[in-house]
Design a protein around this ligand. Structure first.
Ligand code: AHG
Ligand code: MN
Ligand code: MN
Length: 347
């Protein structure tokens, strides 16, 4: 069918018409999409592919790794290291940065990823995904490590040149932004390519649906508690309407629902580990999702400031996340900024 637009054609057209995507970036995005296809195949095989269960190792953040966390990380590295588009990569599953080896050509981009998001859902056959962010390597003298350092990665999210995620669910869906709105592609398995299904996703500004891990309620700070209490009060409360709740425990799947029908997602700072700003990681979870959400007309803050304006100080830095339908995110953020009580957050 000639009306079907593949990811390749979409990227070429964006490059030609809008001049938004330089050739290196276009090829890089195609390679990431190809890697996601490979991960999707492993996910689909499940137990018969021997990919389920724990790898019995820990990552730098002290989290137990699943076999698929490691497989997805390797697929992304092997697909991306030789093409000449990248200078280096960083991942949730690697302590430090991975510099493209000398035997391969060096490119001008930096790729960050959460290879497998929603690890606790792998073995129970619930949607999981991959999240990625692309930055430009700052200009600098060629030195050790081909002139790339961890410092080069520590750029605020507003410097991203591309961001996306792939959900491995009932369908395999890739969502992408290069700063000109948000496009969605579904994998056609017979044809082996991602097909454009929506090229201007918009998140409704209002919602009646929230996503938060309610089991942490007793640990929340006052503004989050207030917001959720008001949602729970429903029609009879100050909001004057009933709210629904969803929590998939895979950020990709929760964010994808919000892109599809609106909603608010929160993983806020809480008192369990007061010295940590939150659970989710700024550079390869919060930043790409925040940009996608903003590009779709939503908002994303840490309760106090726009996530995309946070200056990172560490590769694996954590952050409070409040994102989704604009008016709801602004409401929770106002509750934080107007709070004059109790202990301050650690940010
Ligand atoms: P990851 O699997 O990459 O470590 O990320 C899991 C994250 C995120 O996807 C999800 O929203 C959240 O952790 C779920 O946390 P809880 O298990 O505390 O609900
Ligand atoms: Mn994750
Ligand atoms: Mn992960």
């Amino acid at each position: 069918m000639s009306s079907r637009i593949s990811l390749t054609r979409y990227l070429v057209e964006q490059q030609r018409v809008d001049g938004l995507i330089p050739s290196q970036l276009r090829l890089l995005l195609e390679v990431v999409a190809r890697a996601c296809k490979g991960i999707s195949q492993s996910v689909n095989k499940g137990a018969i592919g021997g990919v389920l269960g724990s790898a019995d190792t820990e990552n730098v953040q002290g989290e137990m790794q699943k076999k698929l966390d490691i497989i997805a990380n390797e697929v992304l590295i092997e697909a991306n290291e030789w093409g000449g588009h990248l200078a280096a990569m960083a991942s949730e599953e690697m302590d430090g940065i991975y510099v493209v080896p000398n035997r391969y050509p060096q490119g001008e981009y930096l790729l960050l990823f959460d290879p497998l998001d929603g690890s606790s859902n792998i073995d129970v056959n619930v949607s999981i995904g991959t999240i990625f962010s692309v930055l430009k390597k700052p200009e600098g003298p060629a030195g050790q490590n081909n002139g790339v350092s961890e410092q080069d990665f520590l750029q605020p999210g507003n410097k991203q040149v591309a961001a996306g995620y792939c959900v491995y669910g009932p369908q395999t869906t890739l969502v992408l932004t290069v700063g000109d709105g948000v496009a969605e592609f579904t994998l056609d398995r017979e044809q082996g390519s991602f097909i454009l299904v929506e090229d201007n996703i918009r998140i409704p500004e209002d919602t009646r649906e929230f996503a938060i891990n309610m089991s942490n309620m007793r640990h929340w700070d006052a503004p989050v508690r207030r917001y959720i209490d008001e949602c729970l009060a429903g029609k009879e409360g100050v909001r004057g309407k009933d709210f629904n709740m969803r929590w998939i425990a895979s950020m990709v799947a929760d964010v994808h629902r919000i892109l599809t029908r609106g909603g608010i997602f929160m993983y806020p700072w809480d008192k369990r580990e007061p010295e940590k700003p939150g659970k989710l990681r700024l550079m390869y979870e919060a930043n790409p999702m925040a940009w996608i959400v903003e590009q779709a007309g939503g908002a994303a803050t840490n309760g106090k400031q726009r996530i995309l304006d946070i200056q990172p100080t560490q590769l694996h830095e954590r952050v409070s996340v409040i994102l989704g339908s604009k008016n709801e995110v602004e409401r929770v953020t106002t509750y934080h900024t107007s709070q004059s009580l109790r202990q301050p957050q650690t940010e």
